[in-house]
Design a protein around this ligand. Structure first.
Ligand SMILES: Nc1nc(=O)c2c([nH]1)NC[C@@H]1CN(c3ccc(C(=O)N[C@@H](CCC(=O)O)C(=O)O)cc3)CN21
Ligand SMILES: CC(C)C(=O)C(=O)O
Ligand SMILES: [Mg+2]
Length: 272
């Protein structure tokens, strides 16, 4: 049943599409260095995200806003050396895709200097032109809707998004438009579980949820949250996987992989 877990070939966009078609859950974790990337590969993680969350959990900042493209390239290149099979995605950080020109140049840096195989960017209708341009240049794209941490100062906090029908409908329309523009994958963050189901069923491309319910095609968490080493607030949608098992860090990663594959995580208490 879990055929994708035992792999010898690198994960590609085609692998992820096949997993969605077969109803096999996609397991994603963030990593910021070679050692963790190697452990995740060994545990059977499908996709590694070098998230701009590194600004908070590695650099100790209070948002992802100060993270630079240089920071992302640096961490991505380390993760690329530590793992070879998981698909490697890197976040384009705050304001690094404010213009098409800047965005294309910075995506090229993440791919060429960082070794990323896909870039991720936050936003809906406002980024469609950029997604199309990346697509035309052969850059695989992961879109990101719902709670957008790079907009925290505009929104005024980290809150569940898409609670009313008007904003839910707008998010679904944005998701369909991103797919049409050529996005290969979509992260849904901090939205009601029913909306996660609705968007995942409406799309051909896989969805990866974080606080978006169990029906997304895959799940992602910040690795420091599952190891319970996050400074300060740990979001409600995360779960401590190091407790209650004896395998240390390796065991926690394996427990996360198993829980996502079997649809045991997220449970209702991790969902909105
Ligand atoms: N350690 C860590 N984990 C993350 O998941 C994460 C980061 N850092 N940094 C970058 C972004 C920021 N994220 C966040 C940060 C806070 C909440 C949060 O406090 N959410 C509330 C929900 C409040 C509501 O009900 O509206 C929560 O209690 O979970 C959510 C996502 C997700 N990402
Ligand atoms: C939480 C995930 C989706 C992310 O964008 C990050 O780690 O930066
Ligand atoms: Mg991010």
């Amino acid at each position: 049943m879990y055929t994708e877990a035992i792999r010898s070939k690198p994960v590609t966009v085609a692998t992820l599409r096949r997993m969605k078609a077969n109803g096999e859950k996609i397991v994603v974790l963030t990593a910021y260095d070679a050692s963790f990337a190697g452990l995740m590969e060994a545990a059977g993680v499908d996709v590694i995200l070098v998230g701009d969350s590194l600004g908070m959990v590695v650099q100790g900042r209070d948002s992802t806003v100060p993270v630079s493209v240089d920071d992302m390239v640096y961490h991505c290149s380390m993760v690329a050396r530590g793992s070879h099979l998981p698909l490697l995605i890197a976040d384009l950080p705050f304001m690094s895709y404010a213009t098409l020109d800047q965005g294309l140049r910075n995506a090229a840096r993440l791919m060429q200097e960082g070794g990323a195989r896909m870039v991720k960017l936050e936003g809906g209708s406002e980024v469609l032109g950029f997604v199309r341009a990346l697509c035309h240049n052969g850059v695989p794209v992961c879109a990101h809707l719902g709670l957008l941490p790079q907009s925290v100062h505009k929104v005024g906090g980290y809150r569940v998004q898409g609670r009313d029908e008007v904003s839910a409908r707008r998010m679904l329309d944005d998701a369909l438009a991103l797919q049409d523009a050529g996005a290969d994958l979509l992260v849904l963050e901090c939205i009601p579980a029913e909306l996660g189901t609705r968007i995942s069923e409406a799309l051909e491309i896989p969805t990866i949820g974080i606080g978006a319910g169990v029906d997304c095609d895959g799940q992602v968490l910040v690795v420091y949250d599952i190891l319970d080493i996050t400074l300060g607030h740990r979001p409600k949608f995360s779960r401590n996987f190091i407790a209650g098992q004896e395998g240390g860090v390796r065991g926690a990663l394996e427990a996360y992989v198993r829980a996502v594959r079997q649809g045991e995580f997220p449970a209702p208490e991790h969902s909105f």
